[in-house]
Unconditional design. Sequence first.
Length: 103
Amino acid sequence: MEQYPDSIAITVHASASLSSGVWTAGATAGYTFDCRAEVNGTGRKIPGDDGVLIDYVFDVYMPQTTTIIPRDSDYVLTSLLNGIVEGKVKRSSNGQLNSRLWL
């Protein structure tokens, strides 16, 4: 049995900036991680920044990383059980033992 049988590709878009009256597009970075995606089969929710509860479809567990993945980053999840799923990251957390995403 493999601990991280799935994979996820994440695209992070930095916001544009204004300098001397000229807008400059933000940089884009791409990351790929091995992971394990678990379906949120019980209808759990996570709190948003304003305290409103947010629905999510997958809990994604990854080896610990120091990469900061902002909310609303684009993702493409390739899961053995669920095929290819695309969307936006709803929340992320880098813990002591692993990193976690809510999609």
